[in-house]
Design a protein around this ligand. Structure first.
Ligand code: HEC
Length: 182
């Protein structure tokens, strides 16, 4: 057999093998079963670059605004805390992938990436797309609150729940808005 024919034969065998495997039911779809390293790498890498690319044309508004952060807190408490937890509350269990503690993630993600994720959701993960039910303005308020999350103590969070306030920081990304002020 020539080289090309051998390659085609092997490819057909591989595809046939995959189809038999898929229909056999051998693959364990349980959320309790961890992904293999390969699947995890493919998914996480595709996710990271997909979010970067799809969010790159979004322009963000100024986020250091008291009423925006407060509105974002209300949405976070109602729409996100049940899965992602909050200062003093652990994220929900039983998901695969798990909803991360966003206080640890928001420093790795830019505001426009956070906006895109919240608006569009993430396929096959349980992370919903809130853009179907919420305006861009509401989603930006959530991003404004997320940016403050790493500095919030459980006491600050409780104070917000009881209609109190806390002194928020200007996120570094927002400094440009202040520099350009005359
Ligand atoms: C039903 C549960 C659920 C709800 C409600 C939910 N999420 Fe998620 N979220 C998830 C899961 C599960 C993931 C993990 C996805 C992954 O690992 O790819 C996730 C991932 C994310 C990520 C990406 C984190 C990262 O490091 O890649 C962000 C940001 C996020 N959620 C924000 C929010 C916000 C903001 C809200 C509320 C408006 C919210 N989520 C509500 C389940 C939820």
């Amino acid at each position: 057999m020539g080289f090309i024919k051998t390659v085609i034969f092997v490819l057909i065998l591989l595809i046939a093998g995959m189809i038999v495997f898929i229909y056999s039911g051998t693959y364990n779809i349980a959320a309790t079963e961890p992904h293999s390293l390969l699947v995890e790498w493919v998914f996480n890498t595709a996710k990271k670059y997909s979010i970067k690319k799809h969010s790159e044309h979004i322009t963000r508004p100024k986020l250091s605004d008291d009423s925006l952060v407060k509105a974002g807190f209300d949405h976070y408490e109602n729409m996100c805390a049940g899965c992602h937890g909050a200062p003093g509350t652990e994220p929900a269990e039983g998901f695969n992938p798990s909803p991360p503690d966003l206080a640890e993630e928001v420093e790795e993600l830019s505001s426009i990436e956070l906006f895109w994720i919240t608006k569009n959701g993430i396929k096959m993960t349980g992370m919903p797309a809130f853009g179907l039910s919420h305006s861009d303005q509401e989603i930006w308020s959530i991003v404004a609150f997320l940016k403050q999350l790493p500095d919030l103590t459980p006491e600050d969070y409780d104070a917000l729940k009881n209609n109190g306030s806390f002194d928020f920081d200007i996120p570094p990304e927002d400094e440009e808005f202040y520099k350009h002020k005359h």
